[in-house]
Write a protein that binds this ligand. Structure first.
Ligand code: IVH
Length: 670
């Protein structure tokens, strides 16, 4: 090949294989073959654009990022004296401080080049973090482009609103912090939380080249706002004795912490003037110009009096410990979580043991340590939240771990550290799934209370029963009048028709939120086709969909399987309408099935078909348009032939959609 042609060929090949490797997890060549092409291109044309352009984003966690500006820790304080000491040692002429809430989430660094989001990384060791660009882009208020065409590194905290945590994730994780770091680092949406449920709050910005002309950090925060990034809220303290107001500030926040929208674990005080910061400098560990004041410890000691087991929406059976009343962080606590059966075993805890409890960073107080057998004096002189005297007695017993579901009495299954009730008819799960259905479909006036009343009166035991309710049945319930009953019936009537995506979301299958439900619906289009897949298709077929990993595919299939009866009953009452098709191309509306051994990875072939507007299904039926058959194609080929379905070879397929494969252009240019 002549020089120019060879360069062109190599450049295309590098781009093509890089795309396959990073974005489709489907490399066609080995790393060393790729490196050889890269090296050859570097030798022939060191300035070639491909070698320098911003490549496709790697999957989270696969690439380490060296922080150009290290992400430091902060010095910590807990007392008034710590604040006084900090102010004394950091004021040289300037007495202007800035205070921000210390957000308890996951630190994130956003690197912008000429105003475009180039890379996002976790804090990691502070020197090196993990590349999480793909997930960071899903955080709603992380802009892909700034309003200013500058190079900068914006630092901040990714947090989850507590309301979202309460509504969607309380069953899944003890605190929002773990969910944040998990959501940033997940691959293929296989984490516990959706990155779209997170919010980014900036607290720092660094400029490798030109920087705006600012004297104070607070001006930089205003600059961030103008650039389109939300800074964490701040307050300024400027006086001869700022420490007095700063201490006052900690008292105020200690009170309002409980009602703040986000979990915070303290306040950060920072000298505002940038030059003074420079003068003060850093220790090896932290800057001398900032102090993280942490809320006083929220740990306390109490005694375990008993354990109640509760079943949640996902079927997880959680041990809730009853303890002698104890103040923790300003609140009297009598119930704390023990998370799961694994935790009970790990702590080796018994009723009558003295326990250490904490609320730090966790919304729900929890037992963190077993301090051994309690004495009678450990429970004396305790008062309930209402001020009345606690009169409980100290008893000693083993914690009995249930074999049967506390809500429905069916046999429980052990699933790692969890005990689970797998029955869908379980009343605890039913109440939650009915509420979820009504909430997802935005039915006004059908809340938890009404649902409980309907279940208690046995008027309803499944979602489908809701649609069979009559006006007189509703008014037979206490506190439901004529008007409310009509309202409930109206609301139900409004949901008698819905697209597949809404239907799947409202079923409340674990991990199948609105986005995943929409993606899956785009693929199946109709409920009927989805049910055919559940009968015969394989999970692998679903993983050909962008954003659906093996885990989600398996959970989804399992969730549908368990709800088959319900889905059938609902489909008789509700019109589940077909999803509108998305992709367009020469295979529009045609369905394909892939079988046998082929020269390209199956995912790649499926992607090519999808990109040309076709659909890939897992089984052969009379409705199938084309079977793509490789060598050693077995029963699927025989079935297709017997049904008269068209059969194509791999080459025939690609001759329709692209040029032959030895041109690296093929896959991504049709
Ligand atoms: S300033 C030089 N401001 O706390 C360090 N940090 O313990 C600049 N954090 O890794 C950090 N809220 O993730 C700063 N308003 C805030 C913060 C904050 C939370 C976190 C941050 C940092 C950790 C240090």
């Amino acid at each position: 090949m002549a020089g120019e042609d060879r360069i062109e060929y190599l450049a295309e090949a590098v781009r093509y294989h890089r795309e396959l490797y990073y974005n489709h997890s489907a490399p066609e060549i080995s790393d060393s073959e790729f490196d050889a092409m890269w090296d050859e291109l570097t030798k022939l044309d060191p300035d070639n654009k491909v070698l320098h352009e911003v490549g496709p984003e790697p999957l989270p966690g696969t690439v380490k990022v060296e922080h150009l500006f290290p992400m430091r820790s902060l010095d910590k304080g807990i007392s008034d004296e710590d604040i006084i000491h900090f102010v004394t040692q950091s004021t040289f002429g300037g007495k202007r401080y800035l205070a921000q809430p210390k957000l308890d989430g996951s630190a994130l660094s956003l690197e912008y080049i000429a105003g475009n989001l180039h890379r996002a990384a976790t804090r990691g060791s502070g020197e090196r973090g993990e590349d999480v660009t793909l997930n960071a882009k899903l955080v709603a208020n992380v802009p892909s482009r700034l309003n200013r065409p500058v190079d900068c590194h914006i630092r901040g905290e990714v947090v989850m609103p507590l309301a979202v945590f309460e509504e969607k994730y309380r069953d899944v994780s003890p605190n929002p912090r773990n969910l944040c770091s998990g959501a940033l680092r997940q691959k293929h949406g296989d984490g516990k939380a959706d990155a779209a449920d997170l919010v980014f709050w900036a607290y720092d910005v660094k400029f490798p080249n030109e920087s705006p002309d600012c004297t104070n950090d607070s001006e930089l925060l205003i600059w961030l706002q103008s650039a389109g990034v939300e800074p964490a809220p701040w307050e300024i303290f400027e006086s001869d004795s700022p420490q007095i107001d700063m201490i006052d500030h900690t008292k105020k926040w200690s009170k309002s912490r409980a009602t703040y929208e986000y979990e915070i674990d303290g306040l950060v005080f920072k000298l505002d003037n940038l030059e003074q910061r420079e003068n003060l400098g850093m220790t090896a560990h932290h800057p001398r110009w900032a102090l993280a004041w942490k809320f006083p410890s929220q740990e306390a000691i109490s005694v375990l009096l008993g354990v109640d087991w509760q079943t949640g929406r996902t079927g997880a059976v959680t041990p809730v410990a009853r303890i002698a009343p104890q103040m923790v962080g300003g609140v009297t606590v009598e119930n704390v979580t023990l998370h799961n059966v694994g935790e009970v075993e790990r702590l080796g805890i018994k009723i009558g043991d003295k326990v250490k409890i904490t609320r730090r960073g966790d919304v729900i107080p929890k037992i963190i340590e077993n301090l051994g057998k309690a004495a009678a004096s450990d429970i004396s002189n305790r008062v309930h939240a209402d001020g009345s005297q606690f009169t409980g007695k100290l008893e000693f017993a083993e914690i009995s771990i249930p074999n049967l579901c506390p809500a429905c009495n069916r046999t429980l299954e052990k699933d790692g550290a969890f005990l689970r009730c797998i029955s869908l008819e379980c009343s605890a799960r039913t109440a939650r799934s009915l509420t979820y259905w009504c909430r997802t479909l935005e039915m006004d006036g059908i809340g938890e209370k009404l649902i409980e009343a309907l279940l208690d009166s046995e008027l309803v035991s499944t979602i489908a029963d809701l649609y069979k309710l009559s006006h007189s049945q509703l008014t037979s319930l206490e506190r439901i009048g004529d008007k409310s009953a009509y309202n409930v019936l109206d609301e139900l009537a409004k949901t008698r028709s819905m697209p597949l995506s809404k239907f799947l979301h409202a079923l409340g299958i674990e991990r199948i939120g609105p986005e995943v439900a929409a993606t899956i619906s785009q693929y199946f289009i109709s409920l009927q086709k989805l049910l055919v897949w559940v009968e015969g298709g394989d999970n692998e077929e679903l993983t050909t969909i962008d954003g659906i990993g093996e885990k989600v595919a398996a959970i989804f299939r399992d969730g549908i399987n368990k709800r088959k009866e319900l889905i059938h009953a609902l489909s008789e009452i509700i019109d589940v309408t077909d999803e509108l098709e998305a992709a367009t191309g020469i295979f529009d509306g045609r369905s394909f099935c892939i079988t046998g051994s082929l020269s390209r990875p199956r995912k790649e072939i499926a992607l090519a078909i999808k990109n040309a507007g076709g659909k890939v299904v897992g089984s052969v039926s009379g409705n199938l348009d084309i079977l793509v058959a490789g060598e050693k194609a077995g029963s699927k080929l025989a079935k297709a032939e017997s049904l008269g379905v068209k059969v194509w070879s791999e080459d025939e397929l690609f001759s329709q959609i692209a040029e032959p494969r030895n041109s690296p252009k093929t896959l991504f240019e049709f």
